[in-house]
Design a protein around this ligand. Structure first.
Ligand code: MN
Ligand code: MN
Length: 296
């Protein structure tokens, strides 16, 4: 057995797009423009977005992608997280970066990157997921920051972003081990001492995926279900991706109707519980017979 080569292609594209967007982003850019740019760069390189590009500012930690009418943009003083998913034939690479427009948070970003690199360096065959969490929280402590305890990395599988095993950002007494020929995203999220060290759900819900594929007896909704299934399968998607096929003024309400019908699920935005700023770094790694390979 070995890791399918599509993972390596997806990883190469994801890393390339991350490096490119880090160079391009500047204050004044809208979040909508950043997300669209990332997704276009992925497609130009022969991949597909594995989920809508997440662009999260400041205390927003995860699960935000702009709607079509989003008005937010990056300002001086902001901490911007960009989370990028690429798939090639369903095989996913997941990577993220934080860009600081505020010198007060440069250390937080550096600490988060260090937590990721030390977590990656600690990898070895059959390592327990909880041991990786221990490395991440130790680095956070050493730098005077806190890990976000209720966000974690995850195993990846074909067309599955979260495929069972979690990689925590703190030590946990789990017995789950990272086996060879499987792929994982490792993603420390760190916040400041003022933070609670955990996230809570906010109001905004802009990312969707299938819960159950079934008929509604409404022709237009059924068409939307089939369109989503044929394009995205079980992967998360954005309302932005459906305006080529449906009325852009009605896409959001149609998706919300499908959520009510329990056909789709939606992911609430996740916000630091005390409103402290959060930084994130993420790589995807393949565990191999003799160690690991960083794909991103
Ligand atoms: Mn990610
Ligand atoms: Mn991830």
């Amino acid at each position: 057995m070995s890791v399918p080569e599509q993972y390596f292609r997806a990883g190469h594209i994801a890393a390339d797009v991350r490096n490119e967007i880090e160079k391009r982003v500047k204050t004044g850019d809208s979040l909508l423009h950043i997300a669209n740019t990332v997704e276009d760069l992925i497609r130009e390189r022969g991949g597909e977005p594995a989920f809508p590009c997440n662009v999260c500012l400041n205390e927003v930690a995860a699960h935000f992608t702009p709607f079509l009418d989003d008005q937010q943009s990056v300002s001086e003083g902001d901490l911007l997280k960009i989370d990028i998913g690429v798939h090639v034939e369903g095989f996913i690479a997941d990577t993220a970066t934080t860009i600081s427009f505020n010198p007060m948070y440069d250390d937080l970003v550096e600490a988060t990157r260090t937590a990721l690199s030390e977590a990656v360096k600690s990898l070895k065959r059959d390592i327990k997921a909880g041991e990786i969490g221990d490395v991440i929280s130790s680095v956070a402590r050493r730098w005077g920051f806190k890990p976000i305890v209720n966000l974690s990395g995850h195993m990846l599988d074909q067309f599955r972003v979260h495929a069972g095993i979690s990689i925590p950002n703190v030590w946990v007494s789990s017995t789950e081990r990272l086996k060879s020929d499987t792929v994982y995203a490792i993603e420390p999220f760190l916040t400041t001492q003022e933070g609670a060290g955990h996230v809570v759900e906010g109001e905004s819900r802009s990312i969707f995926s299938f819960l159950a594929r079934k008929k509604t007896r409404d022709k237009e909704l059924d068409e939307m279900i089939e369109r989503i299934w044929s394009r995205y399968k079980t992967l998360p998607f954005s309302a932005r991706w459906l305006i080529d096929s449906f009325d852009r003024n009605r896409v959001r309400e149609m998706l919300e109707r499908l959520v009510e019908l329990k056909i789709l699920r939606t992911y609430p935005i996740l916000i630091e519980a005390r409103g402290a700023y959060v930084a994130q770094a993420e790589h995807t790694v393949a565990m191999t017979e003799d160690g690991f390979r960083v794909l991103t």
